[in-house]
Write a protein that binds this ligand. Structure first.
Ligand SMILES: [Zn+2]
Length: 271
């Protein structure tokens, strides 16, 4: 599961460090030097010629100052650099770096989309000492994090796995959905399970959480016990849902870096 490494300290102000690493984004893509997948150092970052407002402190990782940057959509890389989709680096990039890159992406994307005030349309400025953009009209914008829930429903030793209509063919996962305004996480779990597969659940148990930077989710994972009803996929979000019990061959699952996989692996049916 991807998590910020213990050797990382978040920073809101730039610091002087012997080494710098810049996570620079063009939309959802990140700038890397091929083929070693290195990120721009201080020299390569200076060559990008970015205005200071586009460089944002992220943190210190093993003595390396990490910052985020955002680039115009027509920016063309040079000197051995290329753009790669952040998700495409799963499995090929060190997981600690991937976690910091995900954090940097959320910061860069927030800065890019909050240059102007959403209330009066004037330019916003960064508030020192805070992760905030402020307008002279008084409006303050913080990075928006969208909580989402994930639940693995259990019935005895069997677990309920579902295939989302948008998932690759054959790939199953736990149920998941965004939390709506006014809901508790528990409310959202009961509602989503009812809506997506038509059953009732009880005995919710917290499992873990994971930041998911696509674009700014916080996934809160739970297990729940089956409490009634017949599994019936809604077909708009869920194409197929089945119980997998002891001895059943498991379907294709999410990549090992995801909380979905960790949740399922921790609750595999025992014989
Ligand atoms: Zn304003």
């Amino acid at each position: 599961m991807i998590a910020t490494p213990a050797s990382f300290t978040p920073l809101l102000q730039p610091i002087d460090a012997a080494q710098t690493r810049t996570f620079a984004f063009r939309g959802n893509e990140i700038l890397v030097r091929e083929p070693e997948l290195a990120f721009p150092d201080a020299q390569a970052t200076a060559a990008l010629g970015l205005a200071e407002a586009r460089l944002l402190p992220v943190g210190l990782h093993d003595g390396v100052y990490c910052q985020a940057a955002w680039l115009e959509k027509d920016f063309q890389p040079r000197d051995g650099f290329a753009f790669r989709g952040l998700r495409s680096l799963f499995g090929s990039l060190d997981e600690a770096l991937l976690a910091i890159a995900g954090r940097a992406f959320q910061v860069a994307d927030w800065a890019r989309t909050h240059r102007y005030c959403g209330v009066c349309a004037r330019p916003m400025r960064r508030e020192p000492g805070e992760r905030a953009m402020k307008c002279e009209c008084g409006h303050v914008a913080y990075p928006r994090i969208s909580p989402a829930m994930m639940v693995l429903v259990k019935r005895g030793e069997a677990i309920l796995l579902a295939r989302n209509v948008a998932a690759p063919p054959g790939r199953f996962s736990a149920l998941a959905g965004f939390i709506e305004p006014g809901e508790s996480v528990e409310d959202a779990i009961h509602r989503e399970v009812r809506e997506e597969v038509g059953i009732e659940v009880k005995d919710l148990r917290y499992f873990a959480s994971q930041s998911w930077p696509f674009p700014g989710s916080l996934m809160l994972a739970f297990t729940a016990e089956y409490a009634g009803g017949e599994v019936k996929p809604d077909t708009t979000e869920i194409a197929e849902a089945r119980w997998f019990g002891p001895g059943d061959a498991l379907p294709q699952l999410s990549p090992s870096q995801s909380i979905s996989r960790a949740l399922i692996d921790a609750n595999l049916p025992r014989r």
